[in-house]
Design a protein around this ligand. Structure first.
Ligand code: ZN
Ligand code: ZN
Length: 331
């Protein structure tokens, strides 16, 4: 009984992914966006207008301005509905214990939450965000080494988890003892928690020369598959994992059926074609199932993986991450 339910869930997810990746008749589009940015309304160095203009100029279609406990209302900044650029109502809910949760797609301010533990602060933030029909994004667990997977395991409600960032001091790679946030993601997925991974800029610095120890923009983002560029469609796509995260690698398609996953990498530009690529398919407990140098890269499910996701690596150190699809019997 349990097995048949799991298989049914897989087929539903697979059809959604296949439709998303294959285009018509759904006529879905890819939209590039950044879900974590600061302005002079908290600790950034530029106005919301200047920040929005930077992202518009640099090939993004949507943006969340996430100032600390300060709501940015798109109605004040994004008045042109025809410019192929969407500002989402957003804020970084900034709690004690360095528990920071981005609220993506909100329409009203959310105050810092109360709680005596990291888990309580995370759950209260997630609940307040979801009460507005918005998406909760758990930011940088390793910033000031604030928390690990054990504090996230009791959480309820689908969420996003930041696993890559342009910010220089958020420690996403871990320290060898504290896990990388990508490993924490596998710990949560392996426990059956529905969580999708994002890459963000966490940009603060737009004015001075861009250098690696400043939080400059343009370093990490998400690419969302949606029917059109509206708040409703972007929020729904984020909530259902219809996107990939990137620190520079661009994908052409992601297809998952009931039997396989395939990933096609964009290699058209001179910089892209000068690199080598490999795709690592990853299953439960972070187990590396297979590595492919083919493009498209394809992995056939054996039915025991628990879930399958892909990490795409280029020879310059840039990466992309697809979202997991459930496979087989959940243990
Ligand atoms: Zn933060
Ligand atoms: Zn931030």
């Amino acid at each position: 009984m349990q097995r048949s339910l799991t298989v049914l869930a897989l087929v539903c997810v697979s059809l959604a992914f296949a439709a998303a990746a294959q285009g018509p008749p759904a006529a879905l589009n890819w939209y590039r966006g950044n879900l974590h940015t600061h302005t002079i309304n908290s600790d950034g160095d530029s106005s919301p207008w200047d920040v929005m203009a930077w992202y518009k100029r640099n090939g993004y279609q949507f943006l969340a301005i996430t100032d600390h406990n300060t709501f940015t209302d798109p109605a004040h900044f994004d008045s042109n509905p025809n410019d192929n650029f969407l500002l989402l109502g957003a804020e970084e809910v900034t709690n004690e214990k360095t528990v920071h949760v981005n609220a993506i797609g909100i329409s009203q301010a959310i105050p810092a939450q109360r709680g005596s533990t990291v888990t309580e602060l995370l759950q209260a933030s997630i609940d307040a965000i979801r009460a507005q029909g918005a998406v909760a994004l758990i930011n940088h667990p390793n910033f000031r080494w604030a928390f690990t997977a054990s504090e996230m395991l009791p959480l309820k409600g689908p969420v996003l988890l930041e696993i890559a960032s342009g910010h220089p001091t958020v420690n996403h790679s871990g320290d060898g003892l504290v896990p990388a946030t990508e490993q924490m993601w596998d710990q949560l997925l392996s426990a059956g928690i529905r969580v999708f991974a994002v890459a963000v800029d966490d940009a603060h610095n737009f004015r001075q020369e861009f250098i690696l120890d400043r939080a400059n923009p343009g370093r990490a983002w998400v690419v969302v598959r949606a029917p059109s560029l509206t708040r409703e469609h972007i929020v729904a796509a984020l909530n259902t994992g219809q996107f990939y995260a990137s620190s520079g690698v661009e994908l052409k398609s992601i297809v998952a059926t009931s039997t396989m996953m395939s990933v096609e990498i964009e290699t058209a530009s001179p910089v892209q074609s000068a690199k080598h690529y490999r795709v690592v398919f990853i299953g439960k407990n972070g187990h590396e199932l297979a590595t492919s140098r083919d493009n498209p890269a394809r992995y056939t499910f054996n039915g025991n993986e628990g879930y399958v996701r892909a990490r795409i690596e280029d020879s310059g150190g840039l990466r992309a991450w697809t979202q997991p699809v459930p496979v087989g019997h959940e243990r």
